[in-house]
Design a protein around this ligand. Sequence first.
Ligand SMILES: Nc1nc2c(ncn2[C@@H]2O[C@H](COP(=O)(O)OP(=O)(O)OP(=O)(O)O)[C@@H](O)[C@H]2O)c(=O)[nH]1
Ligand SMILES: [Mg+2]
Ligand SMILES: [Zn+2]
Length: 308
Amino acid sequence: MRAIVYRSTGSWYSVKDEQGNSYNARIKGVFKIDEEITSTNPIAVGDEVEIESESASDAAIITEMHERRNYINRQSPRSKHQHHIVAANLGQSMLIATLREPRTSQGFIDRFLVACEAYHVPAIVVLNKSDVYRKKEMQQYELWKEMYNDVGYKVLLCSTKEGTGLEEVKGLLHDKTTLLSGHSGVGKSSFINYLLPELNLRTQDVSGWSGKGIHTTTFAEMFDLPFGGRIIDTPGMREFGLVDISRQELSGYYPEMRALLQDCQFNNCLHLEEPGCAVKKALEEGRIHAERYFSYCNIFDSIEERSY
Ligand SMILES: Nc1nc2c(ncn2[C@@H]2O[C@H](COP(=O)(O)OP(=O)(O)OP(=O)(O)O)[C@@H](O)[C@H]2O)c(=O)[nH]1
Ligand SMILES: [Mg+2]
Ligand SMILES: [Zn+2]
């Protein structure tokens, strides 16, 4: 029987079959998922599996996993040699960012976008907590909106506290499976509580953003949306460690650079100091945003070349 994983807490998985029945499932013995043995979790939220239910109870056994259409992967915060599958079979990925309490950096946003490009998941950026933005933050929002729109990403502004801008965000969720990501304390669970008030998910206490970055949500969980579609809440992340992306391929994950790659003089151009570089030319002519190019250089520097 086919089922989808809604929650994983280590050795137990909450799964739901096509009739909407929920089960508590375990993996049977050892089964081979794929060659990637470095993943810390064999099965992730969103995975489609085969289950066998055990008689007259909600217990079940996962016997097989279906091939993933896509997934989002990130470096384990504990070890750079291990990675963690955040979620699989996604329709889109939504980054909840904030310009205050806490401040999300452009570097973090761009890493997230690079990962989404690498895994073929469409990405959206939502800036929450607009109620605490001053003139400075509103200007930053306008700049980012223009910059990211230019390269093909939507940027929306909202406040789950005041209820502004939320209908537009909600309008993007219909009939899709959406992954919510972002730093701890940006309001991911608060947004899901707006969509599904009866869930009453735990959010950070009333004192609000404490600056301590305590994770209120501790594991990923998927919920059905009443208007069609699903949404996945995740624990906040401090950094977005990129997995399996080499320096050479990085520019392919910047849509504005990807469009120019075939125009560089050298086909292995890294767009740094090479002559005849179409990316540098576009940068000088203002067709590529300087902030995006700087973030490219920063991410480039942070990628360690593996020795084979
Ligand atoms: N001022 C303001 N505060 C907000 C807004 N949205 C959420 N908050 C507050 O921000 C704090 C964190 O919200 P959560 O929804 O728990 O954040 P989260 O992203 O789920 O955090 P983790 O589960 O730790 O990853 C709570 O105190 C919320 O009340 C908003 O739009 N404006
Ligand atoms: Mg949360
Ligand atoms: Zn180049």
